[in-house]
Design a protein around this ligand. Structure first.
Ligand code: HEM
Length: 399
């Protein structure tokens, strides 16, 4: 029998919104209030603020008027860090060409072979610890997983790398995200120089795997797609930048949602997990905003916009309009995957994010069936671009 309680689901959703608010209280509250005025609003100094899933989708699908590389888009921010083509800083034919080349790397089979073990090693360890009756910090566990993923992408031989070294690479990669705020348009020369130092070890490893043609590594796969060493480095750097904080933000929040709402008790096997995974992402929205510049004048719901204007899509508030966490709800068409974007720039890492999320979810379901999991302690992380927990301790209830 379903144990889903609307009151608990609402409380779980409110707790997640509190996490999101605490990431950047001023910016998040200001954006929230503005999106209450209208779903499409011109805000002096900010740009056109959009918080409607349907309108956002139209913008994301329209490459004729809106662009990531036009002034106001995100390419200026990433160019000096990526130092070459890395999807995040591209548009047009070149972008599509590179995205097509990279697609085989994101097939379920390739990801399972190349990255599956890096994730399952940690989920297996976590399951064993929970079943032994230990209290475990999910944030720490997910950091280990994210660190292993980063190092796998960069060609490390994980079997022969100590865990502290893997975690150090995560810390360094995360270091550069501290420079990014909701309104950051460019990094200063000093910040770019620091970012290059933080990424130096990952870059060295990419170059080594590329030069030595080490089979089974991602740099070697990209070389096989015809990418140069610099382009391989730019692409992997982009994957590390885009794919790390997002998963680190989401997975502990998703865990908290499942436990606070009691929905985990409604999940009995591995089949049909799509609805709960989608709904978890719809509530948490790890990438709170998306940006575009203008290539040509246009009218969005009666508001004129022209080259030089910035379009700020507040995915977080568009998604909140649908209400509290409820995986039983049919997802309206305009919302589908909108937290991953839409159109040509839609997240290429979706299948990898899916692999990581499902690995944890399947492990939780298995453990929970043997011994119910409960949330012991949650400490919110404050003052970061992506919302999240500093600590989220869970354990199994002993009978
Ligand atoms: C829950 C996890 C994730 C979320 C919510 C997420 C969200 C997004 C969003 C919203 C975009 C589109 C941004 C825009 O159009 O302006 C995007 C693009 C992108 N994401 Fe993700 N992402 C996640 C995980 C990942 C992972 C794991 C990777 C790679 C390892 C990744 C790599 C990328 C890249 C390279 C792009 C740029 C794609 C392009 O411009 O063609 N993401 N992501």
């Amino acid at each position: 029998m379903s144990q889903f309680s609307i009151a608990k689901a609402k409380r779980a959703t409110r707790a997640d919104r509190w996490v999101s608010f605490n990431s950047r209280p001023l910016e998040i509250s200001a954006l929230y209030l503005l999106t209450r005025i209208s779903r499409v609003l011109k805000v002096p100094g900010l740009g056109l603020l959009v918080s409607d899933a349907g309108v956002m989708r139209q913008i994301l699908m329209d490459g004729e008027h809106f662009s990531k590389t036009a002034p106001g888009g995100t390419s200026d921010l990433w160019n000096p860090v990526l130092r070459g083509p890395g999807l995040l800083n591209m548009s047009g034919e070149e972008h599509l060409d590179l995205k097509r080349k990279l697609t085989p790397m994101f097939s379920a089979k390739y990801l399972e072979d190349a990255i599956g073990a890096a994730v399952s090693k940690e989920t297996d360890r976590l399951a064993a610890r929970l079943l032994r009756g230990e209290s475990v910090d999910i944030v720490k566990s997910i950091e280990v997983t994210a660190a292993r993923v980063i190092c796998t992408l960069s060609g490390y031989d994980l079997e022969n790398t100590e865990e502290f070294e893997v975690l150090e690479q995560l810390e360094r990669a995360r270091g550069l995200m501290r420079f990014i705020k909701l309104n950051t348009k460019r990094l200063s020369d000093e910040q770019v120089a620091i970012a290059q130092v933080e990424l130096a070890d990952l870059h060295r490893s990419i170059h080594e795997a590329f030069d030595s043609d080490r089979a089974g590594t991602i740099p070697h796969t990209l070389k096989g797609f015809g990418l140069s060493k610099q382009d391989t480095t730019s692409v992997i750097t982009a994957l590390v930048i885009a794919g790390t904080e997002t998963v680190l933000s989401h997975l502990p929040r998703f865990t908290a949602l499942l436990l606070r709402s009691d929905y985990l008790n409604d999940l009995h096997d591995d089949s049909d997990l799509d609805a709960v995974v989608q709904e978890g992402l719809r509530v948490t929205v790890p990438t709170p905003v998306m940006l575009r510049g203008m290539k040509a004048p246009f009218e969005v719901q009666g508001r004129r916009v022209k080259p030089g204007d910035r379009i700020l899509m507040a995915t977080i508030f568009a998604c909140q309009r649908l209400g509290y966490f409820d995986p039983r709800r049919t997802m309206p068409k305009e919302y589908r995957h909108i937290w991953f974007g839409a159109g040509v720039h839609m997240c290429i890492g979706l299948p990898l994010a899916g692999l990581e999320i499902e690995s944890y979810l399947k492990m939780f379901i298995k453990v929970n069936q043997q011994q119910p999991i409960r949330l012991e302690r949650a400490v919110i992380r404050r003052g970061t671009l992506t919302a999240g927990y500093r600590e989220l301790v869970i354990s199994c209830q002993t009978s």
